[in-house]
Design a protein. Sequence first.
Length: 272
Amino acid sequence: MSDWPNTLVLAGAGKMGGAMLKGWLAGGLPAAGVAVIEPHPSTELALLAARHGFRLNPAEGERNPPEALILAVKPQMLESAAKKLADLAGADTLVVSVVAGKTIANLAARLPARAFVRVMPNTPAAVGRGASAGAANVTVSSMQRAWTERLMRAVGLFEWVDDEALIDAVTALSGSGPAYAFALVEAMAKAGETLGLSADLAMRLARATVEGAGELMYQEPDISATQLRINVTSPGGTTAAALAVLQAPDGLNPLLARAIAAAHRRAGELAG
């Protein structure tokens, strides 16, 4: 038995929805059972449909409730989108939502399906290196859990959390996390400029350094980040001097803790 759903409708094929769709198709999702609903399809999406053969914006009279309905619409569009998608949320349909800030209760109040999974992915899903976690309501079956895992692991790491409230923590850590890494690159490059490097050279070095460090962690999954840090830190050396600043009581740890706590608070404010 396939661990892909036989029929799937993706509602919303913007950056996140489109990235997931490409990952699914590349991973072997049968396109014949796929339909995409996107009011403003890009040229890329139209070409993807022509190449793979999935249905793009089928007429309402030509669509039936699928085994899986993936919601990837913008949060502010959920209210209007839900009215147009209600006929696709059948009693046996699994609804997987990547709509930021919208709870399962919020979704269940708008769609007649019974099985809901709320997932928070992040933008590296576009290159198959996403990090996401999901929470399911009690109606989700073991098969539907397997579908969710298959879909999300096609675009990166996926983990389950038992308590939906933890999705806000996932949002604060990994959902918003790529921006923290980009900000680190910006800060490193700016520091390099103050030491006399040209802006272009400093940025190239900073980008390559963070890219390489990330790839090293990816290639060595059994070595902890702590051990990797120790491995590149010679006692009394230049790295140790820098880490003494970063690990000071007012250094990187409390700064990131405050930043992620702020994102967590905001996620709670946006939920509804």
